[in-house]
Design a protein around this ligand. Sequence first.
Ligand SMILES: [Zn+2]
Ligand SMILES: [Zn+2]
Length: 230
Amino acid sequence: MYKFYFNSSIKIIDDIWQVGGSDITESGDASVYLVCFKNQAAVIDAGCGKGHEQLVENISACLPENVELSHLLLTHCHYDHTGGAESLRKQFGCKVVCHELDAIYLEKGDNNTTAASWYGAEIQPFPIDIKIRQPITKLYFEHGEILAYHSPGHSPGSVVYMVEKEDKTILFGQDIHGPLHSMLLSNREDYLNSLKLIMELNADILCEGHFGIFRGKNEVRQFIGSYLVS
Ligand SMILES: [Zn+2]
Ligand SMILES: [Zn+2]
């Protein structure tokens, strides 16, 4: 039977939407965000893949006409953020971006380091088109840019993405809350250093992977700071 899908995305500010997440697409999905520039757009994270049709419906509904979804930016390798990556690449023809230290586990299809085994799932190996290797990387779009900051700790190749829109700094920090676990190759010292770096970015809006959207510098600082305990 054919199933109909309706747009269930949430607008954050002009040109930025939440298009996926546990309440929006599928219970196993971490948040998925869409950032549009004049004629190119990026999706940040992909969910686990089980909500693919709903996610495609939401992205397609938000994506303005003549804007190409050119990039899928992965914050890290965990299954709830990446299980749907290959399906999105096939659907939209976008390039997949990930830090090289987490790309290894996606290209190998490592069910433990990607946490797929925690979800009783298997991750199918897939290639990463663009590997981030520097502490700070500028990703260029035709009419905009997104900065990627390497922020290891939760996983070795965790990255936060930052974009400036409407005089506001919007930070996509997907698993700022952790958790830290040996199976995920977490590192507590790296994690605390990364939290300090993320705090210094002084964002106006924080889009988190599981805890929603924080608005205002104070609220953002409070959330990040609540994990800064040694
Ligand atoms: Zn994670
Ligand atoms: Zn997560």
